[in-house]
Design a protein around this ligand. Structure first.
Ligand SMILES: NC(=O)c1ccc[n+]([C@@H]2O[C@H](COP(=O)([O-])OP(=O)(O)OC[C@H]3O[C@@H](n4cnc5c(N)ncnc54)[C@H](O)[C@@H]3O)[C@@H](O)[C@H]2O)c1
Length: 339
């Protein structure tokens, strides 16, 4: 199959692109490469990979010719990055993705898969499923919901549209994100050893390993159209809903290191415990990885030097750096935009 992955050099995208290539697919990766292309270093010479340094808001739609599936991941990818410039966040994460979906349909793409997020559930008691009300608290979460609302009605018998609401992701990627909870905990353990925990530690959050995310995409891509068309799925697993403090303690124990808890922030306004039954039952999805394994793999990568902490590994810090960076002035004058 010919697959277009937007945001394909990102934390999830780069793992996904490598897996799709390993399965023999042809992949087009469209990305602004805000974090570079090093995440794809191992596959850059693969003849089945084409790179397009472009923006989802204005790329030439001819890229979509002969594409069977679009996996739309490009976005400002977390709550704090989304608040740097809320109007730009809506431009990219909402309008940009609507543009990708509409053009995909126009160009005869058969399937479009939106990367949404469980963060749209905000703060809620009880166990939430896809029929529960939502409570998007941040610009990032609101943009995800608006994108879902506009892409799903594009679904018809020739154009399959699916929205995946991912749990918070963890695990090693060539574009590392230490701003994600488990990854940041392991970095703190490696450096101090102190585990950063956002107050009050009682908030619930679901998790999924980055390789399981790639598996989830492959399941959706290959699944019977009528079961997934026009559908929203929470993607994760019931077993990997955790409260943050017990999760930190589990991560600490899994590495067998004496640690302290490093409390930060004011009480987290986001807490959600999610049911993943619909996805499990529909596409027969079971994660292969646990936070313990993810933590060990990141710790090993830090120990061997395969992973190094840098500003680039903290999403909001890196976007702030790009905005302030003189290196990008030429790009600003071309498009009058850094982001
Ligand atoms: N990582 C998670 O825990 C998580 C959880 C739920 C949902 N998601 C969603 O999954 C997607 C991927 O997240 P990630 O963790 O890989 O983030 P990431 O920041 O690592 O990757 C995003 C990629 O998109 C690119 N990009 C940003 N704006 C662009 C634009 N306007 N045009 C083209 N490229 C652009 C960036 O250069 C980057 O390579 C996002 O949509 C995110 O909201 C992620």
């Amino acid at each position: 199959m010919q697959i277009l992955v937007t945001g394909g050099a990102g934390y999830i995208g780069s793992v996904l692109v490598k897996e799709l290539l390993a399965d023999g697919h042809k992949v087009k990766c469209l990305d602004r490469f805000f974090f570079g292309k090093e995440s794809l270093a191992e596959v850059l010479s693969n003849p089945n990979l084409e790179l397009y340094k472009d923006d989802i808001r204005w790329f030439d739609p001819k890229v979509l010719k002969n594409v069977d599936v679009v996996m739309d991941l490009a976005a400002l990818s977390n709550d704090p990055a989304g608040e740097l410039d809320p109007a730009k966040t809506l431009d990219i994460n909402y309008l940009g993705r609507i543009r990708v979906a509409r053009l995909s349909k126009e160009y005869g793409v058969k399937r479009y898969i939106l990367a949404s997020s469980c963060s749209i559930y905000g703060f809620q008691d009880g166990i939430i499923d896809e029929t529960s009300s939502i409570n998007p608290l941040t610009t990032y979460a609101k943009a995800n919901r608006k994108a879902e609302e506009d892409v799903l009605p594009l679904a018809d018998s020739k154009f399959t549209v699916t929205a995946l609401r991912f749990a918070t992701v963890y695990g090693y990627s060539g574009r590392m994100r230490f701003d994600l909870a488990i990854n940041g905990m392991v970095l703190g353990l490696y450096k101090n050893p102190k585990i950063p925990v956002m107050r009050d530690g009682k908030q619930w959050r679901p998790f999924i390993h980055v390789k399981d995310v790639a598996t989830a995409y492959k399941r959706v891509m290959n699944h019977q159209q009528d079961k997934i068309n026009g559908q929203i799925f929470n993607v994760g697993s019931d077993e990997q809903n955790y409260q943050i403090l017990p999760l930190a303690e589990m991560v600490g124990k899994s590495l067998d290191i004496n640690y302290e808890i490093d409390w930060y922030g004011s009480a987290d306004s986001r807490s959600y415990k999610v049911s993943f039954k619909k996805f499990k039952d529909t596409v027969d999805f079971k994660p292969a990885y646990t936070p313990r394994e993810g933590a060990r793999e990141i710790y090993e990568a830090l120990k061997t030097g395969k992973l190094v902490e840098s500003t680039k590994t903290k999403t909001v810090e890196w976007y702030k750096h790009l905005i302030n960076s003189a290196e990008l002035v030429s790009e600003v004058s071309v498009r009058n935009t850094i982001l």
